[in-house]
Design a binder for this molecule. Sequence first.
Ligand code: KG4
Ligand code: ZN
Length: 347
Amino acid sequence: MLILGIESSCDETAAALLQDGKVVLSNVVASQIKTHRSFGGVVPELASREHLRNIGWVVRQSFLDAGKNQEEIDGIAVTQGPGLIGSLLVGVSYAKAMAFSLKKPLVPVNHIEGHIYSAFIENPVMEYPVLALVVSGGHTSLIFSEEPDQYRSIGRARDDAAGEALDKLAKFLGLGYPGGPVIDRLAGDGDPRRFQFSIPKISDGSLDFSFSGFKTAALRHIEQSGIKPRRPGGKISKPALDLITGYQQAIIDTLVRQTQKAASSLHPKSILLVGGVACNSLLRRTFKSVFEEEPQRQEREGARVYYPSPLLTTDNAVMIAAAGTPKFDRTGPLDLKLNASADLRLC
Ligand code: KG4
Ligand code: ZN
């Protein structure tokens, strides 16, 4: 089955052709980083306009790269939500028009389910139950799945998402946008113990996440220690380096701690680490060590940890095609009333 995936939920316009849910024939991503960089975050109106400019050539390029023509596809999978409404509408409208003119089926896909499927593309045989930590610029969620297509929400961000928290501190310190990859690259050289970040206790016993307290603590440290933003083209100061190292560590500790609590009661066989922040090298290493290697050393049964390769970790359309592929068996005639939904829930 050959599926065209289309993704436009935030600031990446993406199209991909995927064969049988696992063979990636093309993966085209037009990033808008340059457009939003000077604002230190995504500007929704600019994002919609960029999607409009890019969607046509991105889809055409996905067919050229794959060496396929439009008549050869079996269907189109498009991100319906959650995301920025003006951005989502571009992808959904384009997909509807294309499905109508080609007389092909169209399935809507939840972006979060797309991220979960990003781990299946390179690892099609994965044991259930599955516990997924979806961690990106817009989302931090723990989702449990006992069988395909069944999802239970175990915990979610109460305030900022983890990626958003990283991006905000980086912006404050003049480290550029998006901040996650910069902090990942620099943080290895800092001292994580110099600045204190206490991990908040969520009093109702839920496995939700809260990162806004770290931001407040970081701002206090910046003020008390007189840390200045990096000058354009300049070097990061030692206190700023120590601050981002401690901050990243606190975010990772929180992510690991909540996932550990969920894993100890739900006993998943597979743990997935997905979404843009799952590119983070320390987070990847820590998940492998905590959930796979340590249990093995203690001769306990651990879980297998899976994360996608970096190109499939940040927003892309391969994951949308992958999540859409099993849905084509159940899809009816083309629904031209299909609409984008900014706060679409997976479960
Ligand atoms: O999944 P994604 O591309 O878009 C959303 O759905 O939000 O994730 C983007 C987020 C940004 O916050 C970015 O800073 C973060 O992922 N990110 C990283 C790394 N690479 C991207 N965070 C930490 N370490 C990285 N290496
Ligand atoms: Zn995403």
